[in-house]
Write a protein of this length. Structure first.
Length: 95
């Protein structure tokens, strides 16, 4: 059987997503969002509105570790998805 790198990546990313889901239920994460602050823009955001974001995206080799997971408001989340990496770097350096 041929070894398909893309299939392996997909499986690894699925496993990391699963890990992130579990961490989202943890006391560690509940304490993180209880502060109610977005990691990127530092704006006060209600804990319910904070999403979990990977600093280094899974698709780029990031992992679901506590050091790579940060609370992120919806606006930053959307921006991160829409902007090019360079534009994103500029956006977060503006805060
Ligand atoms: Zn934000």
């Amino acid at each position: 059987m041929d070894f398909d790198l893309n299939d392996w990546d997909d499986a690894a990313i699925r496993a990391e997503r699963q890990k992130a889901r579990q961490l989202r239920q943890s006391q560690w994460w509940k304490r993180r969002i209880a502060k109610g602050v977005c990691h990127y823009c530092k704006r006060a955001t209600s804990p319910a509105a904070l999403t979990m974001d990977h600093l280094v995206p899974l698709a780029r080799g990031g992992r679901s570790t506590k050091g790579n997971l940060v609370p992120c408001c919806k606006e930053c989340n959307n921006k991160k998805r829409q902007l090019l990496p360079m534009e994103w770097a500029e956006y977060i350096s503006s805060f």
